[in-house]
Design a protein around this ligand. Structure first.
Ligand code: GLC
Length: 532
């Protein structure tokens, strides 16, 4: 049971623009995060992951980086970063950065050089391609943000490839110089003491050497993003990516064996688990997004948990995610009451949980009027409702002006209910989502069965799922979750049990002793400490 911090700990994603503003410019910053560390420590999380804080023209809100080893003045400077890192470490917590190796900003000096002439030494650092004989784009690959993925460069008369915005040209990872340059970026932050990286779009990093056309996706429907028209079988998840991931892992281990590499990877389970690498020499935690992508249906979720547990490589450590800055918030997907059940699921499954800022107070997506939309994904496909702004709104701290987020004009509007849905109020409310989170986190942290014990499936049907968590020499827990709004009964099919409800999404059930048959309210979830 000798586990690393990233196996037993809980990760918290901070979207820096929206967490806490310290200087009144309406955009969150590093000093703001520093001010809120007491809160994160109180909550009991172990590591913060910051979405990008590097210099960037902000075409994609920081995921278009123009300097990998600097800090954007909007967020502060390197001294602010060093202070934050030190303060995080002083509290016994860890700090993870977002690493975006697949693409740079078109303003990055590497790209400026690369596009300056065909014989520039950095030409081959990006993916340049001649037009087809008729002048058309080299192949049919699409951009995730709408339209095709090739941009014509008039000066040098070639196209360059961009999986995202045209302001985000893809690096050519087949070029060893690119690899070394990015490994040096990693070393820069690791030497500073950063505890790891969340690696952006890891499965995109290398593309088919022949640039073959992607085939149509037979399951495409018109309401979907235009990107989903094709199956990206040649533009993503190429076999060569694993060698790159392995090399990155080796860089992670140059100083010590305590840093973590998390990969952002949207792939079906059996492809996802290959990113652990041969003998776990790849990513420590390939992000598992099943709870983000599956319908909220007990049988489907329970089956997916088993498929994942079954597919994990020996010693591959699981992880779970409910929301992030690209997806709808969990409270908007399943409703505020059911989000409590989701929190219980996230915090009682086997594997590292990642909590998206604000989910702990059940923040919902905020409606952003059409003329206030700033997310390029929303702007480029305006008829499809794909803007990610609604899940990136400022954190709701208290019931003061702008919910305590800023003294200025917030860069994105706040929820109109922030005066009654905020941290300060929920800290005092024994029935709040925040209190539920704090208690679940504390139980998980203190109970060996919950933080690193085994997962034992018990039962699932159309309404509910049940599983046990067990560890040798420690108390076992039975977790029973009703994923619907109406009541149901549960009787374990193959054994009888007795135990006490330790935590319930409806706290009135706590402390009750249960044997054999349980009746659950709608949206009710129970963590039951089993009697030996
Ligand atoms: C990742 C990020 C997303 C960004 C994209 C391009 O998916 O999470 O926010 O837009 O990569 O960098």
């Amino acid at each position: 049971m000798d586990k690393k911090w990233w196996q037993t700990g809980i990760i918290y994603q901070v979207y820096p623009r929206s967490f806490q503003d310290s200087n009144g410019d309406g955009v969150g910053d590093l000093k703001g995060i520093l001010q809120r560390l007491d809160y994160l420590q109180w909550l009991g999380i172990n590591a913060l992951w910051l979405s990008p804080v590097y210099p960037s023209p902000m075409a994609d809100f920081g995921y278009d980086i123009s300097d990998y080893t600097g800090i954007h003045p909007l967020f502060g400077d390197m001294a602010d970063f060093d202070n934050l890192l030190e303060a995080v470490h002083k509290r016994g917590m860890k700090l993870l950065l977002d690493l975006v190796p697949n693409h740079t900003s078109d303003q990055h000096p590497w790209f400026v050089e690369s596009r300056s002439s065909r014989d520039n030494p950095k030409r081959d650092w990006y993916i340049w391609h001649d037009p087809l004989p008729d002048g058309g784009v080299p192949n049919n690959w699409l951009s995730m943000f709408g339209g095709n993925a090739w941009e014509w460069d008039h000066t040098t008369q070639q196209y360059y490839y961009h999986a995202f915005l045209r302001e985000q040209p893809d690096l050519n990872w087949r070029n060893p110089e690119v690899q070394q340059a990015m490994f040096d970026v990693m070393r820069f932050w690791l030497k500073k003491g950063v505890d790891g990286f969340r690696v952006d779009v890891m499965w995109h990093m290398i593309k088919d050497a022949q640039f073959r056309n992607n085939p149509p996706d037979p399951n495409y429907e018109p309401h979907m993003s235009t990107y989903s028209q094709l199956l990206p079988v040649y533009s993503t998840d190429q076999p060569e990516v694993h060698e790159l991931v392995h090399k990155m892992r080796s860089v992670m281990e140059e100083i010590d064996d305590e840093r973590v590499m998390i990969g952002e990877i949207y792939l079906p389970i059996h492809q996802l688990v290959t990113y652990y690498g041969v003998d776990n020499n790849g990513a420590h935690l390939p992000f598992n997004f099943q709870l983000l992508t599956l319908p909220w249906q007990a049988l489907q979720i329970s089956t997916a948990i088993d498929q994942y547990e079954g597919a994990l490589p020996v010693n591959g450590w699981p992880n779970w995610v409910l929301s992030n800055h690209d997806q709808h918030r969990i409270a908007s997907r399943v409703g505020v009451q059911q989000a409590r059940v989701a929190a219980m699921l996230l915090l009682t499954l086997r594997g590292t949980p990642t909590i998206y800022y604000g989910d702990e107070i059940a923040m919902r997506n905020v409606a952003i009027p059409f003329d206030e939309v700033v997310d390029p994904q929303g702007l480029n496909m305006p008829d499809k409702n794909l803007s990610r702004d609604p899940s990136r709104t400022p954190m709701q701290w208290d019931n003061s002006k702008n919910a305590g987020f800023t003294d200025g004009k917030p860069w994105l509007r706040l929820s109109k209910i922030s005066h009654r849905a905020n941290v300060e109020m929920q800290q005092q409310d024994p029935y709040s989502m925040l209190t539920l989170h704090k208690r679940l986190i504390s139980l998980r942290t203190n109970e060996p069965a919950l933080d690193a014990g085994s997962y034992v499936p018990v039962y699932a049907d159309n309404q509910m799922l049940a599983y046990m968590r067990e560890a040798e020499g420690a108390d076992s827990f039975l977790i029973v979750l009703n994923l619907t709004h109406w009541p149901c009964y549960f009787r374990p099919p193959h054994f009888s049990f007795s135990g006490k409800v330790e935590i319930a999404t409806i706290p009135e059930s706590e402390g009750i002793y249960l044997t054999d048959t349980i009746s659950l309210d709608g949206d009710e979830g129970l963590v039951i400490r089993l009697e030996k």
